[in-house]
Design a binder for this molecule. Structure first.
Ligand code: NAP
Length: 414
């Protein structure tokens, strides 16, 4: 992670960034321009002059590339990499200017170097920052940015990167520092990856489902067959599957809250919120929403299966499951679901007959993570710990031993 401590005072940033220049009046340039104007910036377009200016946002100015670049020190390049060639003729004007590369490619690793690195080689005296490439023109213009508010930013100059991150914040987006310009290759591949933030939750859900399913087959179906010669394999398709869904759902729901709780303990231990979390925790926290939605999906499957099983036992239990699927995801849901499972097997753990081959039933496995989260959360809610954590999250630091340059503001993730 690059050093972002060398920050420009906020006043200077807003004074310098009040005017931005956008090269290119295409779809993305126009959408960004709308957003900039809404955020109170003056927008100057640098264009070849062939555009339909009627489409440009009202209040923006259109000039030739050289004139526009002279007016601003931050220039967003809303043009394709293949058209970067003409920029070398402007190299004397672009010296020490911040060039924001927003470009994407049509294929993964299409070129040997990233577009941003190519730009930096083309204009060695300019400062290149990669940003905004994962935000779509349509979402910018329509304002439907809920799922894509994150702006990944990378660059070699900490001050310029911080200025671009401040611009993103002012546009109502969430910048995430991705380090040096070397990271641009990865950022340019993001839009070509299918649902990148869904990948980890998907793998976890598939792995967990497979594990719980085979575990249940072993401890129920195979156990009965081996010990009693009773074949209950017909149960695999519906009733056994329906036992897997709530277990997976509850474990996933617990894992939505576990990273937040771990992060809180980490902050208490470090006595500061200005230190970066380990990358595995960062990744886990970033996909909490997706984990929660997958958990909800499994809960719906459980409700659906419960309704189709013509079995008195399941019909009796369906009300609890409706509570799970209708209430909003939160600790209350986690408590309700955990309570539901505890109620379902409240004294079963006492009987040795329930431990086929000394293995606990699957529903007991589902309680491990949720109960851990609830117990850890309970301690965090005690007044003395809660007071200390609130102070840390408001910026208080105790026994600061690390250098200011190691600081990293990561509280927004918790
Ligand atoms: P676009 O609609 O094709 O616009 C590209 C603009 O580049 C043109 O309008 C033109 O502006 C300028 N241009 C074209 N040929 C040029 C040349 N030979 N020399 C100089 N300028 C030239 O493309 P876009 O969708 O806006 O995308 C622009 C960049 O943003 C691309 O790198 C893309 O990967 C990136 N991006 C797009 C989106 C999106 O949702 N569209 C999202 C993220 C990133 P003038 O006529 O004004 O010169």
């Amino acid at each position: 992670m690059a050093d972002v401590s060398n920050m420009v005072p906020l006043k200077d940033i807003s004074a310098k960034c009040d005017r931005v220049c956008i090269f290119g009046t295409g779809d993305f340039g126009r959408s960004l321009g709308y957003r900039f104007l809404q955020a109170g910036y003056n927008v100057v377009y640098g264009s070849r002059g062939q555009s339909n200016y009627g489409l440009l946002p009202k209040g923006s100015e259109v000039l030739g590339h050289a004139e526009a670049a002279e007016k601003c020190d931050i220039i967003i390049l809303a043009i394709h990499r293949e058209q970067y060639g003409f920029l070398s003729s402007l190299s004397h004007i672009l010296e020490r200017k911040v060039l924001v590369d927003v470009s994407n490619n049509l294929k993964m690793n299409q070129y040997p170097e990233s577009n941003a690195q190519y730009l930096a080689q083309l204009l060695p005296k300019a400062i290149v920052v990669k940003a905004f490439n994962t935000v779509s023109a349509w979402a910018l213009q329509s304002g439907t940015l809920d799922a894509s508010r994150q702006v990944f930013v990378c660059g070699d100059d900490a001050e310029s990167k911080e200025r671009v991150m401040d611009i993103a914040r002012r546009l109502g987006l969430t910048p995430l520092d991705q380090g040096y310009l070397l990271a641009a290759t990865e950022l340019e591949n993001y839009p070509l990856q299918l649902f990148p933030l869904w990948r980890l939750p998907f793998y976890i859900a598939v792995g967990l489902t497979a594990f719980i399913f085979f575990y249940s087959v072993l401890t129920d179906v195979i156990y009965r067959y081996v010990t009693e010669h009773v074949d209950i394999s017909f149960r695999i398709a519906v009733s056994l599957a329906n036992r897997v869904f709530p277990v997976v759902s509850l474990i996933l729901l617990g894992s939505v809250y576990l990273p937040g709780v771990i992060a809180a303990y980490l902050q208490l231990h470090r006595k500061t919120k200005y230190r970066r979390f380990p990358s595995w925790l960062d990744r886990w926290m970033l996909c909490r929403k997706q984990l929660g939605l997958v958990a909800l999906g499994f809960a719906f499957l459980h409700v659906f299966y419960t309704l189709i099983i013509p079995n008195r036992y399941y019909v009796q239990n369906k009300r609890n499951n409706f509570i799970l699927s209708k209430s909003k995801l939160g600790f209350v849901t986690l408590m309700l679901c955990t309570g539901h499972v505890l109620l379902y097997g409240w004294n079963k753990f006492l009987y040795s007959s329930r431990y086929n081959w000394y293995l606990p039933p699957a529903y007991m496995l589902s309680l491990v993570i949720p109960c851990t989260v609830l117990v850890l959360k309970f301690f965090l809610m005690t007044p003395c710990i809660d007071r200390k954590l609130t102070k840390i999250r408001q910026g208080w630091e105790g026994n600061v031993k690390h250098k200011p340059s190691q600081r990293y503001k990561d509280s927004s993730l918790v």
